[in-house]
Write a protein that binds this ligand. Structure first.
Ligand code: DC
Length: 666
């Protein structure tokens, strides 16, 4: 998604349809590292494409691994446990699933083969603990330098140094299960003898260890487990590529759509493809929690179907240690419940991408909710007086995704409120097109979907302004002129008399129009360039004069009113097509300025032009447009006039965004 400062979710009402989940983050990064450490080549399919996997792939390249794409697959040429680079500086963003295992693997590889490797990340990464893992590795004999605060990244991993593998390796299990995962992934590299790992304290997030063990098995390592307290890597273990690996859909990401189904799928279900009853990931057990809150869930081997069951949802009390990430979704579902929801045993939330207990409590309160929190628990009361809120997301993808479910407040309150998600691009950590996927399966009332209209005379810069405002807000853009242009073009090609309004109007429903990535297709043909030609503009102005043609294009234009909002550009947008638009702008650059702009445009295209005659043309066209009987060019009564004669594009955009902000409840 384009990087926008905020995304406003209008009130949403219903949900139905199918979503295909992106690959699991936890599995993706483990598989990448395992493939890199293995002997042989691994073809990884359905890999998650996201910030966290990108930093892992960059790191593997820096270590000398062969990494390339083959179609949709990523191919890794493994190191076979032998370092190809002896020095590297690895930037790992905010990816715990890259930082912890790479630290362990590089520490033992540097110890046995020599080298010096630095691992670092974003500032938040340098606040996320890694001391327990470092202590365990130092206990083994690894040489690790703290390059910042002791116990936190950045770190330097050096060697050679002697490893002592006779005694058990001891690691704490009660802060992050990733420390144990990191050791389990690293120590097979040096398993000349049995290596025993012992967990100190109660192991949290056990399902993530199950993922680690299952993937180790795929790569040839059969770890022996004694309960959850001790793990033995057998002597002679060696990583071997299984050749091909399929990455499951992300079960934590599924939680938003499970929640969505429970709240809003009153008719057809939300079908989620990529996870199901046979998933490796512990977070798939989120469906049990959702069912306890009332969701109607069906599960197949790699799919789920969810509908609303009980409504309102039921408040629950649940130990969430086994589903730490997905459980965040329950706190937003709790707003729609019949009583309080209490989640316990979630201390690990405090050391994730952000302090998630504090983050969820703070942001839920902005919506009006009553929330209590403790060191390792949170309690959320059902919400009655919903408030419009601007949700801070703390660079935490899950906070952003969870809060999208708050946009369904119109299902429980008479006065629905939009929800503003700040820095929505943080979802790229695990689910880059989350919001697009969401908008594909939810419905809103047309009247709730905001429209900004930008009207004005020809060559006033409407199109550019509309595009920029659309980009800034993440809204779609309707270039209504293009519809008249394509109609004119098609009518001419069909040999119609352009003065015969009825004949041209009859052509409109038969047009095979498609709009993709800013291009206009007529049938299979990309006509975007043709549409911009001056000659096509003349055809357009001819057909646009007929009331029948305008009527025929009416519904097509209304259909552009889609989530999350629309910027509509064209002379009758604020008057005839979207009279209820929340903001109407009428551009009024002087004829002289517009003639100058058009002149520059033409000259830059290598077309010679004369400013004086351009200006006369524009004035004549203004006169015609103002005085024609069908939709003459006049500002809507409630339009704000913007004379951009002396404004840069940025200044005009800033002005329109400023007006827009004044009309928002945030
Ligand atoms: O904005 P444009 O130059 O692409 O518009 C092409 C023609 O279509 C122009 O003559 C005005 C007409 N038009 C219209 O009548 N109503 C609209 N909403 C958009 C364009």
């Amino acid at each position: 998604m384009f990087k926008i400062p905020f995304l406003d979710l209008p009130p949403l009402r219903g949900a139905a349809g199918t979503v295909r989940l992106p690959g699991s983050k936890s599995i993706s990064n483990r598989v990448l590292l395992l493939a890199a450490l293995s002997e042989g080549r691994t073809v990884v399919r359905d890999l998650l494409a996201s910030d966290d996997t990108a930093v892992m792939l960059d790191a593997l390249r820096a270590l000398g691994c062969g990494v390339w794409r083959e179609g949709e697959a990523v191919v890794i040429d493994g190191l076979g446990g032998r370092l190809r680079a002896r020095e590297a500086q690895l930037f790992l963003g905010n990816a715990g699933t890259a930082m912890r295992p790479l630290t362990a693997a590089l520490a033992v590889l540097a110890a046995t083969q020599g080298g010096s490797f630095e691992v670092s990340g974003v500032p938040r990464m340098h606040e996320r603990p890694i001391g327990d893992l470092v202590d365990a590795l130092r206990g083994l004999g690894c040489a690790i330098d703290d390059l910042g605060n002791p116990g936190y990244p950045p770190l330097r991993l050096r060697g050679p140094s002697a490893l002592a593998l006779d005694a058990p390796v001891r690691v704490r299990g009660d802060v992050s299960s990733q420390f144990l995962t990191a050791l389990l992934l690293a120590l097979p590299l040096v398993a000349a003898q049995d290596i025993r790992i012992e967990v100190i304290g109660e192991l949290i997030s056990k399902p993530y260890i199950e993922i680690t063990l299952a993937l180790l098995a795929r790569f040839g390592i059969a770890v022996k487990r004694e309960g959850w307290q001790a793990f033995v890597i057998p002597a002679g273990s060696r990583y071997r590529s299984p050749g091909e690996v399929f990455v499951e859909g992300d079960a934590s990401s599924a939680s938003y759509f499970v929640g969505l189904g429970a709240i809003a799928a009153t008719d057809a279900p939300i079908r989620i493809e990529g996870v199901g009853s046979e998933s490796l990931q512990g977070d798939v057990r989120f469906i049990e929690a959702a069912a306890a809150m009332g969701a109607d869930v069906k599960a197949g081997p790699n799919w789920l179907e969810v509908r609303r069951g009980a409504w309102p949802l039921k408040g629950i009390t649940l130990d969430c240690n086994h589903i730490p990430d997905a459980a965040m979704t329950l706190t937003v579902m709790a707003l729609y419940a019949d009583g309080p929801t209490t989640l316990t045993n979630i201390a690990s939330w405090r050391v994730k991408e952000t302090d998630r207990i504090a983050a969820m409590a703070t942001e839920l309160r902005k919506l009006g909710a009553t929330v209590d929190e403790g060191p390792d628990w949170i309690r959320v009361e059902p919400l009655q007086g919903w408030q419009a809120a601007s949700i801070h997301t703390y660079d935490d993808h899950r906070v952003a995704m969870c809060f999208s479910l708050a946009a369904f407040n119109g299902l429980v309150t008479e006065r629905p409120q939009p929800v503003r998600i700040l820095e929505p691009h943080c979802v790229a950590k695990t689910f880059p097109d989350y919001f697009e996927t969401l908008f594909g399966v939810v419905t809103a009332r047309a009247a709730d979907i905001p429209v900004i209209t930008i009207d004005g005379p020809t060559a006033s810069g409407k199109g550019t302004l509309a595009d920029e405002v659309g980009k800034a807000l993440g809204f779609g853009v309707l270039d209504s002129g293009a519809l008249y242009r394509v109609t004119g073009l098609a009518a001419r090609r069909a040999g119609l008399d352009l003065d015969d309004g009825r004949a041209v109007a009859a052509l409109v429903p038969t047009l095979q129009l498609a709009f993709r990535d800013g291009h206009v297709f007529l049938g299979q043909e990309d006509v975007s360039a043709r549409l911009r030609a001056e000659a096509t503009g003349l055809l357009a102005s001819q057909v646009a004069a007929h009331a029948e043609v305008r009527q025929a294009l009416h519904q097509l234009q209304l259909d552009f009113r889609r989530l999350p909002g629309l910027v509509a550009d064209g002379r009758d947008m604020g008057t005839a097509i979207f009279p209820d638009a929340a903001l109407k702008v009428f551009l009024t650059a002087s004829a002289a300025t517009r003639a100058e702009r058009r002149h520059k445009q033409l000259i830059s295209k290598g077309i010679s032009a004369n400013i004086e005659s351009l200006r006369e043309d524009l004035e004549a066209r203004d006169e015609r447009d103002k005085n024609r009987s069908a939709s003459p060019l006049t500002p809507a009564q409630d339009a704000l006039l913007l004379d951009n004669s002396n404004l840069s594009i940025e200044e005009s955009v800033t002005q329109v965004l400023g007006w827009w902000q004044q009309r928002r409840p945030f």
